[in-house]
Design a protein around this ligand. Structure first.
Ligand code: SAH
Length: 321
């Protein structure tokens, strides 16, 4: 399975104002130029994708929503020509490098990773978590069992969204922990001070992946976190959260849920944040940021359009691999 295949087809963006589209970003520029060149510009923006990438894969004709008709060949050429002018883009997929440091340098240069995020990402070498494919490419890679390790820019985005919660001593739940890479990144934040009781739980429902994540920790020299209990890698259904270590200051979900599992909201601490992709398998999905304030009130916003594998039961997932 190629890294570009696992997530299914690209989809259209909704054009919703809540959607994340930084000015000067590739989607914003492409949308402006595609409109300028299109013989019949669609109204309301509903026909243009506004994602920064397809989980790290370059934007293609489908992502630009340009169909193969002679009348809009010019539109397609104009838009694709723009892809060849690197200086005006800050595209996530352009962050690939030849080494872990180069990858992080590029994420940082493209303003995807803050100082704290980049130092965490430097401390975990992605090659220790990628089984097949180029670990330093800014794209997802297959890890077997119908799953993938997410693109580095998505991990960087999620870490940035949770940065305020990721203080030394915090409690973190990583649902769908797969390779353990993001779980290790969370641990590097919350264990930064020896005397604080931070803990990170990675919960994964495929036992072979949990076992692989334990091996990956060892390859990356992080087994001490497992030995001293700072990190727990467990097998279970992440839709139910993980009550023994709740409540959590930060919860990350690495697979798209049809709706937000109530257990995750319940297990979120006051002042905590949940980042979760929500939407149907292969359909319109968005990354939601859900906050619980000090009084227990819950608010929600949409950060960006995304494509993730489904948060589902193991049987369904293994059927798709
Ligand atoms: N965050 C990980 C893996 C992302 S892929 C990484 O980047 O390496 C999504 C993961 O969610 C897969 O490993 C998949 O097996 C897992 N998953 C899907 N449904 C799940 C469920 N109900 N409970 C726990 N894990 C689940």
């Amino acid at each position: 399975m190629s890294p570009l295949h696992f997530k299914g087809r690209a989809r259209r963006g909704s054009g919703s104002p809540a959607r994340y589209m930084p000015p000067g970003s590739a989607p914003a520029i492409l949308r402006r130029f595609t409109r300028a060149f299109h013989p019949n510009p669609p109204r309301g923006g509903a026909k243009f994708t506004s994602r920064t990438s397809v989980r790290g894969a370059p934007l293609t004709r489908q992502h630009l929503n340009i169909t193969r008709t002679p009348s809009n060949r010019l539109t397609k050429r104009a838009a694709l020509a723009l892809l060849c002018v690197p200086s005006i883009f800050t595209m996530a997929w352009r962050s690939s490098g030849a080494t872990n440091d180069e990858l992080i340098d590029n994420l940082f240069a493209n303003e995807i990773a803050s100082d704290a995020v980049q130092s965490a990402m430097r401390s975990c070498d992605r090659k220790n978590y990628v089984v097949v494919g180029d670990a330093y490419q800014d794209s997802p890679q297959t890890i077997g069992y119908g799953a993938t390790i997410s693109a580095p820019h998505m991990h960087a985005h999620c870490l940035s969204m949770l940065e305020d919660q990721l203080v030394p001593g915090a409690r973190v739940l990583d649902v769908g922990s797969g390779t353990g890479y993001l779980t290790a990144l969370f641990a590097s934040f919350v264990t930064a001070e020896e005397n604080k009781e931070g803990v990170v739980v990675g919960i994964e429902h495929i036992p072979q992946l949990t076992a692989m994540s334990v091996e990956n920790f060892a390859k990356d020299g992080k087994e001490h976190w497992l030995a001293n209990g700072k990190v727990e890698l467990v097998t279970g259904d992440g839709r139910l959260g993980y009550p023994p270590r709740a409540p959590y200051d930060a919860i990350h979900v690495g697979a798209a849920a049809p709706s937000v599992p109530p257990a995750l909201i319940e297990q979120l601490a006051r002042g905590g944040r949940l980042v979760i992709p929500v939407g149907p398998e292969g359909g319109h999905q968005e990354l939601r940021v859900i906050d619980k304030d000090e009084n227990g009130a819950v608010t929600e916003r949409t950060a960006m359009g995304v494509i993730y594998v489904p948060l589902t039961d193991a049987e369904h997932q293994l059927k798709n691999r």
